[in-house]
Ligand binder design. Structure first.
Ligand code: SF4
Ligand code: SF4
Length: 402
């Protein structure tokens, strides 16, 4: 990104939030006023053997459009921030760097998921396009965008398959970046095949942490909990993402008791912190209040049970990939369902656009089928959802960003 584009991006971000200033409790709170009341010691847990202690809530920055909100989160006590090199083509990393500028470097931690060239997200494997030098360059580019001298945690994303998590080139890249002091700790981020990914990461022996999807709708929870416990025993830290199963922003079903959903995650003491995609001061305040008392009330347990049973299909895709072999065109349905959730649940059209682009479709591939052959475990009407979200592919990105 050249300087003009970068300046334009930041200007747009700030203008976007100036608009929000008209709403109660948003921009005024960014000045620190309402955030300060939480600038007390927040409950913390240790991140494996890294020596890091971090609050039970961390910030996932994908939905953040204003550097001031990153700063407000820091002022409120958030210390761990996660971005990715594919959020807004790296623009999100610039925004996070801007938000943290001037803050003592040893008082916050920045992690980013760096996707290498040659990562086939559908199969979770690496193609011949992957090179160690290319992956190192990706991490260096992230570092430049943050404007920092090192990244605290570099994550290899879409980790699932053992052969990828243990790929010689991935391990070599991670070791080299650590050795050069560009990265302090390394880890994996996994949406699917998480048990396999965690077990492979433990066996690889170089990973310091893992970020995993973990929520009240998690399937095969016992197996996943065992894999998490094994990882923690081996010295890895584990943080949780997708903790509300997309339901907190899904207006298509009954409202979720988000406090209950987040507390549920933290009942597992092997989970160090929740990576929450907070995008408003209200959400930030609610989360920081929640972690002061993790005890779940009868009502919260009841609400969560109701949410799990009664929320219909919702928008959350388990990323189980059972649908892919059922589709004669082998569409990357899990990625398409995530794009749909970002658009209709999170109302984050830009993230939906990028995720849709990742799926590799053009036009509406489902036009070719009279009836859909896919039976989704979550009961999604796959053909209808794909046909709906596929339209976004034709919308120019500039138009979405305006
Ligand atoms: S079968 Fe359903 S829940 Fe599983 S990955 Fe496919 S769309 Fe998602
Ligand atoms: S309708 Fe779409 S998802 Fe279903 S089988 Fe056909 S191409 Fe695959």
């Amino acid at each position: 990104m050249n300087t003009n584009n970068r300046r334009e991006f930041l200007k747009r971000s700030i203008i976007g939030v100036s608009g929000a200033a008209l709403l109660p409790g948003t921009i005024n709170a960014y000045a620190g006023e309402s955030a300060i009341q939480f600038a007390q010691k927040l409950p913390e847990r240790s991140l494996g053997k890294t020596g890091i202690k971090t609050p039970l809530i961390s910030m996932g920055t994908s939905g953040t459009t204003n550097p001031n909100f990153v700063k407000a989160a820091y002022d409120a006590g958030i210390r761990l921030f996660f971005s990715a090199n594919y959020y807004g083509e790296g623009n999100n990393e610039i925004l996070v760097g801007e938000g943290l500028k001037g803050i003592p470097r040893d008082s916050f931690l920045v992690g980013t998921a760096a996707s290498p060239d040659g990562l086939d997200r559908r199969s979770g494997t690496l193609t011949g396009e992957f090179t160690v030098d290319g992956y190192i360059k990706k991490a260096e580019d992230s570092l430049k965008r943050f404007g920092l001298d090192h990244i605290d945690i570099l994550l290899f994303p879409y980790a699932g398959k053992k052969e990828t998590v243990q790929h010689e080139g991935i391990l070599k890249t991670m070791e080299q970046l650590k050795k050069q002091g560009k990265v302090r700790f390394v880890g994996i981020a996994s949406h699917s095949d998480t048990v396999e990914a965690l077990n492979a990461a433990v066996a690889a022996g170089i990973y310091d942490m893992a970020m995993i999807s973990y929520n009240y709708k998690t399937q095969n929870k016992d197996m996943l909990d065992q894999a998490v416990a094994n990882a923690v025993k081996a010295g890895m830290g584990v943080v949780a993402m997708k903790t509300t199963a997309g339901a907190s922003r899904d207006k298509s079903g009954p409202p979720l008791n988000t406090n209950a959903a987040l507390k549920w995650v933290l009942q597992n003491e092997n989970i160090t912190s929740i990576v929450s995609g907070m995008s408003s001061v209200e959400e930030l305040q609610k989360n920081l209040t929640m972690i002061q008392n993790l005890k779940m009330s009868e009502q919260e347990l009841k609400d969560l049970n109701l949410a799990a049973v009664g929320s219909g299909t919702g928008l959350y895709c388990q990323q189980c990939k059972q649908c892919i072999p059922q589709c004669p065109h082998q569409l990357d349905i899990p990625t398409l369902m995530r794009s749909y959730m970002y658009a209709y649940g999170y109302k984050n059209t830009e993230q939906a656009w990028y995720t849709l682009a990742d799926s590799g479709i053009s036009g509406n591939p489902c036009d070719q089928c009279d009836t859909c052959k896919v039976n989704c475990i979550s009961g999604f009407d796959i053909k209808s959802k794909i046909s709906d979200i596929a339209r976004l592919r034709d919308v120019p990105l500039d138009f979405i960003r305006v």
